[in-house]
Design a protein around this ligand. Structure first.
Ligand code: NDP
Ligand code: HSE
Length: 430
């Protein structure tokens, strides 16, 4: 095979950047043999010299000046693994305008500015690849854009955040409480320094926005996604989930029906026999339903140095192949439609509702009447403990409109016999 050289500018040498450096060097010969291309990192942009030193990057190729990359005509591919939406976005835009293909792992930027970035890539005939932005090392963007392109995608269920999946798995396994498992996730380096975007669901929502845009061929931005995090999940909800044969997951859900789509991220009860129920710890998985293929599931590590680098390096090799063949800019934006994104009130699902009520005759019937009047049909009821004449009741509904259950709960909350509505969790996957 003829050998060709492709030079790369690497922006950022933190967790992912150092992984990219390591994988490209460790598997250099294998990559060359497979792709017929020598991929060389020519410059690494990093502001913290300790990071490049720790990764083993020679000082001679480290720079803190982006112009040394953008003005180097030998560099064909720029890899952005700095993160954030400010400087990273500027660097990506400049690189594409200079005719360089770009690879990024930056879900924040893509969920927010994906449309503009794609437009710049198209205008300049360069590749914009971002496999690592969803599901870390799991191949999902390319399969959605290529292997599954003959399918109409009906549904996506994703466990897209490792931190919250780790926390929910530990809470389910050991009955540990929320703050203890969050501390453990932070100690193990899964959670962000500020874990708000993990536990409040925004990290998963960004990933869903990217995935849904591809699956449903319409632009979905972060602001379009309905988001609820896991902060209100308690050991009691997990106990009831088990009793009802469910697992609790922070699920990213995308559906298309009759030309309308819904996109939401929230804690969800799924049946214990659903394939996603056994995705535990820091692992991620994406369960996709296509009209031809049926159900397919992608599973693996959604974060970490080498798994994420695996996806970034795959993109680099693809962009390098395109450069060599002169076929850059062929797999660009597929958001050719403008579909309506449903308001969450219009979505239909089942619900688990846990509440505390006065324990006396007629209470159950009074609440059931309110549900009935609002067209909320009940599938099962559990009554558990009674402390000081206060009973805990758990209701599971059939499929209902979100707005109907919300209306019912507003009325129920106002009844004098109701002490509190302790939690409401959606049920999917049956
Ligand atoms: P890190 O914070 O570990 O690495 C980013 C690096 O870029 C840091 O070393 C930082 O230095 C450096 N940096 C910041 N500003 C500049 C600048 N202006 N010029 C040069 N270097 C700069 O982040 P990660 O590697 O974890 O994440 C990178 C991207 O990958 C993010 O978009 C993230 O969302 C995404 N991602 C990360 C995953 C993971 O497992 N970590 C998984 C999937 C995606 P300093 O620390 O001194 O600021
Ligand atoms: N904090 C993220 C997670 C890292 O827990 O999945 C990967 O985006």
């Amino acid at each position: 095979m003829d050998s060709k050289n492709i030079y790369v500018g690497l922006l950022g040498c933190g967790t992912v950047g150092s992984g990219v450096w390591k994988v490209l060097n460790k598997n250099r010969e294998l990559i060359h043999n497979r792709a017929g291309i020598s991929v060389t990192v020519k410059r690494v942009l990093e502001i913290d010299p300790n990071k490049t030193a720790a990764a083993g990057v020679p000082e001679s190729i480290v720079t803190s000046d982006f112009s040394e990359i953008i003005n180097d005509d030998q560099i064909d591919i720029v890899v952005e693994v700095i993160g954030g939406t400010t400087i990273a976005g500027e660097f990506l835009r400049e690189a594409m305008k200079a005719g360089k293909s770009v690879v990024t792992a930056n879900k924040d930027l893509l969920a927010q500015e994906g449309e503009e970035l794609y437009r710049i890539a198209e205008e300049n005939g360069v590749d914009l690849f971002f496999e690592a932005s969803v599901g870390g090392g799991i191949p999902i963007i390319r399969p959605m854009k290529e292997s599954l392109t003959g399918n109409r995608i009906e549904k996506i269920y994703g466990i897209l955040n490792g931190t919250t999946n780790y926390m929910l798995s530990k809470m389910s396994a050991g009955g540990s409480n929320y703050s203890d498992v969050l501390e453990e996730a932070q100690k193990r380096g899964y959670a962000e320094a500020d874990p708000t975007s993990d536990v409040e669901g925004y990290d998963a929502a960004r990933k869903l926005a990217i995935l849904a845009s591809i699956a449903f061929n319409t632009r979905v931005a972060l602001k379009d996604v309905y988001v609820e995090g896991i902060t209100r999940i308690t050991a009691r909800d997990i106990m009831y989930a088990k009793e009802l044969n469910y697992s609790v997951k922070l699920l990213a859900i995308g559906k298309e029906k009759d030309g309308e789509i819904e996109v939401r991220v929230h804690p969800t009860f799924i049946p214990q026999n659903h394939p996603l129920a056994s995705v535990n710890d820091v692992f991620n998985a994406i369960f996709v339903t296509g009209d031809a293929v049926g159900d397919v599931m992608f599973y693996g590590r959604g974060a970490g140095e080498l798994p994420t680098a695996s996806a970034v390096v795959g993109d680099i090799i693809d962009a390098a192949r395109n450069k060599i063949k002169g076929t850059t800019g062929k797999l660009l934006c597929t958001c050719f439609d403008h579909k309506t994104i449903k308001n969450v009130g219009e979505t239909i699902t089942k619900y688990y509702v846990r509440m505390k009520v006065t324990d006396r005759p007629g209470v159950l019937a009074a609440i059931a009447t309110v549900f009935g009047n609002q067209e909320v049909s009940i599938a099962s009821v559990l009554q558990k403990r009674n402390i000081d004449n206060i009973a805990e009741i758990v209701w599971v509904t059939h499929d209902v409109y979100e707005k109907n259950i919300q209306d019912a709960l507003k009325i129920i909350e106002g009844l004098s016999i109701v002490e509190e509505i302790s939690n409401v969790i959606r049920v999917e996957g049956e």
